[in-house]
Design a protein around this ligand. Structure first.
Ligand code: ADP
Ligand code: ADP
Length: 225
């Protein structure tokens, strides 16, 4: 019961005089419903590229991406953008919260953009923030929050529109080890509670070991870890 399936995905970057970089060379991956999977590989191996293709932020040069059994190949840019907004939540190493807005507003805004009424959006935002222990910080701007708090708010924002897939690129990469553990626990809670499927790139092998499975990127292919 695949939520996300990549088959034979290839990606080549053309870097002018330095030539081509073949980053993905036939990557296959299946993420089942409700599964939380770690993607572990050294820097430069192509983790971000794979996440961007899986999350419809970038297109593959060859191969296929299916979300919920639907083929994403050859969609119009418009349809791709719609599906990305509905189906996929992204989390990065850096929170990318809007600095002029409070934590609450950062979680409310994507919902308003999706046509949700303000009252409903605020209630959902509060619920998410409380779930990860930052409810009391809802009225603060990102700059007034600690790194761990900022990242927990970013998780709430990623889940605000109830996507079916969460893609995370080194979500705890900027945090010290103690904070990293706590923040990962918050992410785990949100993922498990919402039943979504998550693919999480990390260098942290202890965190990877807490997930359902570990995958590695090796020579442009995905292999069991
Ligand atoms: P990772 O996330 O594992 O660090 P990336 O997917 O970011 O790996 O990058 C894989 C390789 O592709 C690296 O060599 C990187 O420099 C190169 N790369 C990534 N994005 C681009 C791009 N837009 N243009 C050219 N090269 C890129
Ligand atoms: P990470 O190591 O977290 O993957 P990077 O710093 O490698 O992040 O990449 C950040 C962004 O820059 C990504 O969107 C990636 O596609 C792009 N990028 C990475 N390497 C290159 C490159 N050599 N040329 C152009 N863009 C690149």
């Amino acid at each position: 019961d695949a939520m996300l399936r990549l088959s034979g995905v290839e990606k080549v970057y053309n870097r002018g005089q330095t030539g081509e970089v073949r980053v993905l060379m036939g990557a296959d991956l299946v993420l089942a419903r409700g599964e939380m999977v770690a993607l572990v590989a050294p820097s430069g191996a192509g983790k971000s590229t794979l996440l961007h293709i899986a999350g419809l932020l970038d297109t593959a040069d060859a191969g296929r991406v299916e979300i919920g059994g639907e083929d994403m190949t050859g969609l119009s840019d418009r349809r791709r953008t719609t599906l990305r907004r509905q189906e996929v939540g992204f989390v990065y190493q850096f929170h990318h919260l809007l600095p002029e807005f409070t934590a609450l507003e950062n979680v409310v805004l994507p919902q308003l953009a999706d046509g949700v009424a303000r009252r409903t959006a605020e209630a959902r935002a509060r619920e998410l923030l409380e779930q990860v222990g930052v409810g009391a910080r809802a009225g603060h701007r990102p700059s007034a929050l600690s790194g761990g708090e900022q990242q927990r708010v970013a998780f709430c924002r990623a889940l605000a529109n109830s996507p079916r897939i969460l893609l995370a690129d080194e979500p705890t990469g900027n945090l010290d080890p103690g904070t990293s553990d706590q923040v990962f626990a918050a992410l785990e809670l949100l993922v498990r509670d919402s039943g979504l499927s998550a693919l999480i790139a990390t260098h942290n092998l202890e965190l990877a070991a807490r997930m359902d499975r570990i995958l590695r990127l090796d020579q442009g292919r995905v292999v069991a870890g």
